[in-house]
Design a binder for this molecule. Structure first.
Ligand SMILES: [Zn+2]
Length: 312
């Protein structure tokens, strides 16, 4: 099957799909949503994104594959196979043909040069490793993994239950105390094994260029040092939003926060800042969890935003 391909200058972008999730009620994903506003929300009128019969939202989990003349990049690595996620039943012990789909997009795991991680949650880092002979080993042996150093330190501190290191990371982030923490076990099975590979680049998220045309934009709140990724090539620009919004409902109602956001106030203000930027520049916005093509454009609509899929 031919996969849709998008262009940013001389880069091509392909969605490498892992999973569809259709078991979250809108009121569960976005606990503050009001039934009345939900009923009249344009995102709830679109059968691609919302099931009006069940009240459940439609979500996707996928990576974005970017290919340029001399580099191949994967943004986020989904859930992964065989991961023990007892508290996230829909992600627990997956067996998807994700790597076969990557191959059908024309890329073998050994050909990935860079993996860019928007943040370190279970559904964004899983394919960093795979289970071989009871050990978690890097799936992409030649890839340099680029991620936030602060988020890495926080994850390592939580995994080690090192309270002083946890408080030190929280003090550095200046977001206050979180209302939840990342899922247990993710750091141990999908991140820690990368430390031996020597191809880990833990960066400060400050908007500077980390690769030609690629910048991590600070957008904390969903996680402690969550980033969106801005990509430019030959005068064309795009934003890979990570989890600043999980569903178009968070664009039409930007004051909502998801059940997965760790620092809700920061998540709201980061979302507005990023969506303002996307709306003002009119760039393509590549989402992490929207269904259908998962890509589109954002426009301002009074105090909120309107989402339009690329294919519309
Ligand atoms: Zn996510």
């Amino acid at each position: 099957m031919e996969l849709p391909e998008y262009r940013i200058g001389n880069l091509t972008v392909i969605k490498v799909w892992e999973l569809d999730l259709d078991d979250f009620a809108a009121t569960q994903l976005l606990p503050e949503i009001e039934p009345d506003t939900l009923a009249s929300d344009p995102a709830a009128m679109d059968s691609r994104t919302y099931n009006r019969d069940t009240g459940k939202v439609k979500l996707s989990v996928h990576s974005w594959l970017l290919r340029g003349e001399n580099k191949t990049i994967l943004i986020d690595t989904c859930v992964g196979n065989d991961k023990d996620r007892p508290t996230l039943k829909t992600l627990d012990h997956q067996h998807t043909p994700y790597l076969a789909r990557l191959r059908s997009a024309g890329v073998r795991p050994g050909e990935i040069d860079y993996i860019l991680l928007t943040h370190l949650h279970a559904d964004h880092v899983g394919w960093n490793t795979q289970l071989v002979d009871d050990h978690w080993v890097p799936t992409f042996p030649n890839a340099t993994i680029v991620c936030s150093g602060l988020e890495w330190r926080y994850g390592a501190a939580l995994a080690a239950k090192d309270d002083a290191a946890i408080q030190s990371a929280l003090a550095e982030a200046k977001l206050g105390q979180p209302i939840r923490t990342p899922v247990d076990g993710v750091f141990q099975d999908s991140l820690a094994p990368l430390e031996q590979t020597g191809s880990l680049r833990r960066i400060t998220i400050d908007g500077s260029e980390v690769l030609e045309g690629i910048r991590f934009l600070s957008a904390p709140g969903h996680s402690i040092d969550h980033a969106a990724i801005a990509v430019s090539s030959q005068g064309e620009h795009a934003i890979f939003g990570g989890d600043i919004a999980h569903h178009p409902l968070e664009m039409s109602q930007p004051e909502l926060v998801s059940m997965f956001c760790e620092f809700p106030d920061a998540a709201r203000s980061s979302r507005r800042r990023l969506l303002d930027r996307a709306a003002e520049s009119g760039v393509l916005f590549f989402s992490s969890h929207f269904p259908a093509s998962s890509v589109g454009r954002v426009t301002r609509n009074g105090g909120s935003y309107r989402w339009r899929f690329f294919e519309d």
